[in-house]
Structure formats: structure tokens, C-alpha cells
Design a binder for this molecule. Structure first.
Ligand SMILES: Cc1cc2nc3c(=O)[nH]c(=O)nc-3n(C[C@H](O)[C@H](O)[C@H](O)COP(=O)(O)OP(=O)(O)OC[C@H]3O[C@@H](n4cnc5c(N)ncnc54)[C@H](O)[C@@H]3O)c2cc1C
Length: 395
């Protein structure tokens, strides 16, 4: 216990000295959250410094092994770091698919050479990774994917198309599911490979979203050469890795709303707009809705913490990530609905000062995608019913 207390004290002091005040402000725009990578434009010197000092200690990936640049922290220490960051409202120094998705898969299944090549760069935020999973006609039914990867003796050649590839036009590298054995259907015959987005034959075309932004792309792969050492895990056994990686993606998506909610609470927003009477919100219906949301949100937070503990103790089941994804995204969507309710007409406009900064409506629309990306809510409910509740005979 003494060591844990010492760790908390030293972490608190270090964060106090090293987390710039501007990095303790709520995240408002996309660029406020650093994604890293060669094309990333830091919004400020503080954002760059915050990433650098945290990465230097490996604290962008606190519980990853220090031999690959991670923080090497124990479960208890990682939790303390999370709590101390939360206490000062610190922004996450790095938010990336490298940290939340491909990094854990490389650590678990990758060769030693792949770990040494990619993990330190992921910790430092040097590479922006994108995810090449979905294809036209193969989203929920991902195991049917068709992008063909052929063995050319000393390298592979990939041909096919991916779709809904978030930030493909800004990414440096892709982790990509490909079909390496065309004679078997569905889950068998799939592999996971990594390649540089600057490789000849890779091209992207943005797709516009309902929120007005274009963070998505179609990605075309025409005779793309991939080195054989960029295969993660075993040939034709990629489905196992893909599923493992999805559990991390689903937890990340489920948790996204919690991070945003910690900045300024719904109650604070409502107090600013409708005011207080005798110390309580001056709108009883809104008060009830916010109280319900806060209870559900707290229950989610505690459940997520419990599942994290179970996973670290080796007792986790991948299917619990579907619970977190389904519930977390519903809570996040409800939060944005409530924000619209609080701000009313002021929330609906896209541009101009009178519209509460202009981002509320687009953020609300963006949350609609939360229950689609990383596997739709219907698919999560299927997984929960079969693998957690044990309903249905076959899976
Ligand atoms: C914001 C956003 C970001 C994304 N980023 C990426 C990315 O970076 N990389 C990537 O590869 N993909 C990405 N995707 C794609 C995402 O993974 C797919 O959209 C998702 O898996 C659903 O696939 P689909 O769009 O083909 O829909 P479909 O699979 O065609 O589903 C259509 C509808 O049918 C329902 N349905 C389908 N099958 C079943 C079933 N068995 N039981 C019950 N209902 C079912 C679905 O729930 C859905 O409502 C992103 C999507 C969004 C919205």
C-alpha cells in the first residue's frame, strides 16, 4: 500500500508540473484530441509537449511493456494514473487506433520483429493507423470479405476494395484483413497484414457524413505489394486476431462518451441555461432525465472498471466488450439528445455565435454512427444473447 501511495503522490506532482493548463480544458473540436502521425498538425505547442512528455515515460500506453517503449506500469499503477489524469481533467495525450486496436494485437500475436518495428512508434504517436476491415457488402458479415492477397514467393500482392475506412486519407499505415485462401469461405482463409499507405496502388476517396465532415474513405487496393514480414500472426488464421482487435475497438468506442462527459457535466450545462431554484434545476422533467442519465453513466463506469479488472486478472471474456459497446454508445447518444434538449434551438445551427459554438448539432449527428462503427448494435445484441446469456443453440 505504501508503494501505491508513493506512486500516487509522485504521479500527482509530476502531472502538476508537466500537464499544461491548456491540456486540462474540455475537448471541443476534433483537433483538440491528438491522433499523432506524420500528417498530424498540432493545434498548439502545448499539445505537442503534452504528447512528448507522456510518450517519453511510456504513459500514452501505461501498461504496455517498457522494453517496447510502454510505461510498464502494474494494474494498480495504471489505475492510479487514470484517476490522477481524470482528477485534473487532463486530455488524453494521444488517441489512436494504434493504441486501442492494432497495438494490442501486435503485442499478443505479432513476431518479435513486428513488435520492435511498430510498438515504440505507436507509443510515441508517430504513425496514424487506419483500419481496413469493411468492404462493400461485407460489414456485419465481415467474414465474407474478398480483398485478395496472393503469395508471390518473397512478397504478397493485394487487390480489392475497402469502405468506411476512417481517416484513410490522413493515415500513414493500414492494418488490413485480406483473403489469403480463396478456396475456403468465411472465417478460414483470412489474414491480417500491415502496409504503408504510401505504397503504390493504394488510393482513397473521401465519403461525406451526415455530420458534414468527411473522415471516412473508400480505399482502393490495386496490386499493392506487401512484405511478408508484415503478416501479423499466422497465415489464414487472421479471424482470431480480427476478433481480438474488435474487442478492443468496441471497448474504446463504448468509453468515448465517458471521456467527453467528464469535461462539463450535463448538470452544469443545464444550470447555465435553465438556472437553479432553491438549489435545484429549475425544470423538473429535465432534472429527472439528467438524474437517470447520471445513474446509468455511473453504472457504466463501474461496470467498465470491473470488466477491466477481470480482463487484467485473465478472467475476461471478449464478449463483454459488446456489452460495453452497446451500453456506452447508447449512453453517449442519450447525452447528446439531452444537450439538444437543454440548449433547444441554440443547439441546432451549424454556424454562428448564436448557435452555442456551432458544434452541438454536428456532434449529435456524429453519435448516430457510434452504434454502427465497430459492429452495429444489433450485432452486439446477438453476441450478448449468444455468448453471455447463452440463448440460442448455435453461434
Ligand atoms: C463512423 C463510422 C466509422 C467507421 N470506421 C470504419 C473503419 O475505420 N474501418 C472499417 O473497416 N469499417 C469502418 N466502419 C464500418 C462499420 O464497421 C460498418 O458500417 C458496420 O460493421 C456495419 O456494416 P455495414 O455498414 O456493411 O452494414 P450491414 O452489415 O449491411 O447492416 C445493415 C443493417 O442490417 C443489420 N444486420 C446485419 N446483419 C445482421 C444480423 N446478423 N442480425 C441482426 N441485424 C443485422 C445491421 O445491424 C444494420 O442495421 C465505420 C462505420 C461508421 C459508421
Amino acid at each position: 500500500m505504501a508503494n501505491v501511495n508513493t506512486f500516487r503522490e509522485s504521479t500527482r506532482a509530476w502531472l502538476e508540473a508537466n500537464c499544461p493548463p491548456s491540456m486540462r480544458q474540455p475537448i471541443v473540436d476534433f483537433e483538440d484530441r491528438c491522433w499523432g502521425g506524420a500528417k498530424w498538425k498540432f493545434v498548439s505547442e502545448d499539445q505537442r509537449r503534452w504528447l512528448d512528455v507522456m510518450a517519453e515515460r511510456g504513459w500514452t500506453a501505461p501498461d504496455w511493456p517498457s522494453e517496447y517503449g510502454g510505461g510498464g506500469l502494474s494494474k494498480e499503477e495504471s489505475k492510479i494514473l487514470r484517476e490522477e489524469l481524470y482528477r485534473i481533467d487532463a486530455r488524453t495525450p494521444l488517441f489512436s487506433m494504434g493504441l486501442f486496436m492494432i497495438g494490442p494485437a501486435i503485442l499478443k500475436y505479432g513476431s518479435e520483429a513486428l513488435k520492435r518495428q511498430h510498438i515504440p512508434d505507436i507509443v510515441k504517436g508517430k504513425i496514424w493507423w487506419c483500419q481496413g476491415y469493411s468492404e462493400p457488402n461485407f460489414g456485419s458479415d465481415l467474414a465474407g470479405l474478398q480483398a485478395r492477397c496472393e503469395d508471390k514467393d518473397d512478397h504478397y500482392i493485394i487487390n480489392g476494395q475497402k469502405v468506411w475506412t476512417s481517416y484513410a486519407d490522413r493515415a500513414d499505415w493500414m492494418f488490413c484483413l485480406v483473403r489469403t485462401d480463396p478456396d475456403v469461405v468465411k472465417h478460414a482463409g483470412i489474414s491480417l497484414v500491415l502496409f504503408d499507405m504510401n505504397t503504390p496502388g493504394v488510393s482513397t476517396k473521401p465519403i461525406k457524413l451526415i455530420s458534414g465532415k468527411s473522415p471516412f474513405c473508400e480505399t482502393f487496393l490495386d496490386d499493392v505489394r506487401v512484405e511478408k514480414n508484415q503478416l501479423v500472426g499466422e497465415l489464414n488464421k487472421g479471424w482470431k486476431l480480427a476478433s481480438y482487435l474488435l474487442t478492443h475497438e468496441r471497448e474504446m468506442i463504448g468509453n468515448m462518451g465517458q471521456a467527453a462527459a467528464s469535461a462539463k457535466t450535463l448538470h452544469q450545462h443545464a444550470t447555465d441555461v435553465v438556472g437553479l431554484e432553491n438549489g435545484v434545476l429549475n425544470d423538473s422533467a429535465l432534472r429527472t432525465d439528467i438524474a437517470r442519465w447520471e445513474i446509468d453513466s455511473k453504472a457504466y463506469e463501474l461496470t467498465a472498471e470491473r470488466i477491466r479488472d477481470e480482463t487484467q486478472a485473465g478472467q475476461g471474456t471478449g464478449a463483454t466488450s459488446s456489452m460495453l459497446k452497446y451500453t456506452g454508445t447508447e449512453i453517449n447518444k442519450r447525452r447528446h439528445e439531452l444537450m439538444l434538449g437543454i440548449y433547444g434551438q441554440q443547439a441546432l445551427g451549424w454556424e454562428g455565435d448564436m448557435f452555442a459554438g456551432g458544434t452541438m448539432a454536428s456532434q449529435w449527428l456524429r453519435t448516430k454512427g457510434n452504434s454502427i462503427e465497430g459492429g452495429t448494435s444489433e450485432i452486439q445484441l446477438n453476441i450478448i444473447s449468444k455468448r453471455i446469456l447463452g440463448l440460442g443453440a448455435t453461434g
